[in-house]
Design a binder for this molecule. Structure first.
Ligand code: C5P
Length: 214
């Protein structure tokens, strides 16, 4: 364990869910609490890095010494990440980004006025991690994956598809909002398990694992 393993490094992290509006008072989101991403931000800062945290809506406090940029939608998260990415050494995508946004979101609150039920149409959101990984000089990219089955197979497939050196799989099926998790790291050499522990402890182990690889 190296206490200042990321000294002098700049780390960009996404965390939390995104929120995709349907109308001014309604929207689509997911059950990500942001806890894992915030724990990673905290651990990176503890390890001596300059940390930039792009966060979807969460109820969490900003970790000490971390620069936080609040966004709501996936498109905003993508724009914010792209504006911050140059000069970053490491990019860790922990956010649970919505795959789709509502294409026909309404500027006014939808009314139950007897004219029938609203029909939502969707557009695909940008893949933030893939866009960063495809840059000419990308930072060291780390992705997260929550799979409900066949994690060992899908994890490695996803790492290759996203063209990233390190992918972190959540083994805990229901990790949303909980303080504990269990992870498996996939890299070009194979996979390594990080046994069940609280998210802060796992985040510290992950930061050490990243520091060893860069
Ligand atoms: O493809 P999937 O959504 O399972 O990939 C998960 C990984 O990709 C996570 O690291 C997540 O933060 C990132 N991601 C992203 N932008 C998206 C979708 C996923 O950065 N639109």
């Amino acid at each position: 364990f190296q206490p200042k393993a990321l000294a002098g490094k700049r780390v960009l992290i996404t965390a939390g869910p995104t929120f995709e509006p349907i109308d001014p008072v309604r929207g689509i989101t997911n059950r990500s609490s942001g806890k894992m991403g915030y724990a990673v931000a905290c651990a990176a800062r503890e390890a001596g890095a300059e940390v930039h945290l792009v966060s979807g809506p969460t109820a969490l406090a900003t970790p000490y010494g971390v620069m936080r940029y609040d966004v709501t939608t996936a498109v905003q998260m993508h724009e914010m990440v792209m504006s911050l990415v140059s000069g970053q050494d490491i990019f860790i995508a922990v956010a649970a980004v919505a795959d789709w946004r509502v294409a026909n979101a309404s500027n006014q609150k939808l009314k139950k006025d007897g004219s029938g039920m609203p029909v939502l149409e969707f557009d695909e959101n940008p893949d933030i991690l893939a866009s960063v990984a495809q840059l000419d000089h990308p930072p060291y990219c780390v992705g997260f994956a929550a799979e409900s089955e066949n994690l060992l197979q899908y994890g490695e497939e996803k790492r290759l598809r996203k063209e990233i050196p390190l992918l972190v799989g959540n083994i805990g099926h229901e990790t949303f909002g909980l303080d504990e998790n269990e992870l498996v790291l996939f890299d070009e050499k194979g996979n390594t398990r990080l046994p069940r522990a609280d998210k802060q402890a796992l985040a510290r182990e992950l930061i050490q694992a990243i520091a060893k690889r860069i």
